[in-house]
Design a protein around this ligand. Structure first.
Ligand SMILES: Nc1ncnc2c1ncn2[C@@H]1O[C@H](COP(=O)(O)OP(=O)(O)OP(=O)(O)O)[C@@H](O)[C@H]1O
Ligand SMILES: [Mg+2]
Length: 220
């Protein structure tokens, strides 16, 4: 398989009759944490969603593994999300009524995991600081714990692409440091990690950053 790589050309997004995103080309390398930074409203989340194929830009294209995704069919994108990508958005994609275990596997199967998978799961839950919490319902967890469930899922599936939107926002310093460390772990395992953030500690932990400027603002 190719090394994971995200390449985007200059992207423009128009939404609600306005330009909401205007960026230069960017490259996210495997093993790196790439920060999308800039003022509120500058388009960080919009760009993250474009790079994660959740949104299609009005102009420009996103290449994944060297393939132009513009031509990808819905089924190819679904396969990408299922097998290769993981999203760490607060509350995003977690099923509140499912347990930590079910959410990490993203499956409500009742079957116990195989011995190998069980060992990997135990290790992952330990890494994210949720050991012993695998049967807790996600709806009963704190914001930081939910973030860590999302990261556990990304680590369990060895996601080659990890997208995180403000993963450290509204966390206390300990949880913030934990989340940053876990994103680094994912990068060290070879993932392309993209993070939209305005948190100074998170920014300092990035290998590269792209600063977005609100389209139409005087500093553009
Ligand atoms: N679906 C949409 N329809 C119309 N406008 C949108 C839509 N989604 C986002 N926008 C606008 O696009 C601009 C960029 O939004 P975006 O959420 O990407 O900013 P951001 O940099 O992530 O901001 P924040 O730091 O506050 O999260 C904003 O002006 C927002 O109002
Ligand atoms: Mg945002």
């Amino acid at each position: 398989m190719n090394h994971p790589l995200i390449e985007s050309s200059a992207l423009v997004m128009q939404q609600g009759g306005r330009t909401t995103l205007s960026t230069s080309p960017l490259l996210v390398r495997p093993g790196h944490i790439h920060g999308l930074i800039g003022a509120s409203g500058s388009g960080k989340t919009t760009l993250l969603n474009c790079l994660g194929l959740l949104l299609r830009p009005t102009q420009g294209s996103v290449r994944i593994d060297g393939e132009d995704t513009t031509a990808w069919r819905e089924s190819t994108r679904l396969q990408f999300w299922r097998d290769r990508a993981s999203f760490v958005f607060q509350d995003y994609g977690l099923v509140p009524d499912w347990s930590v275990l079910q959410n990490v596997f993203l499956s409500d199967r009742k079957k116990a995991p195989s011995a190998d998978l069980g060992a990997k799961l135990a290790e992952t839950l330990r890494l994210v600081g949720l050991d012993g919490r695998q049967d807790a319902r996600v709806s009963t967890l704190s914001g930081g714990e939910k973030q860590r469930v999302s990261i556990a899922r990304a680590l369990m599936k060895d996601a080659a692409y990890l997208y995180a939107d403000e993963p450290t926002a509204s966390l206390d310093p300990d949880n913030r440091a934990t989340v940053i460390r876990l994103l680094r772990t994912a990068a060290e395992r070879g993932a392309c990690v993209v993070v939209a953030t305005h948190d100074e500690d998170m920014i300092a932990a990035c290998d590269e950053t792209t600063r977005l400027v609100t389209p139409g603002s005087p500093s553009e």
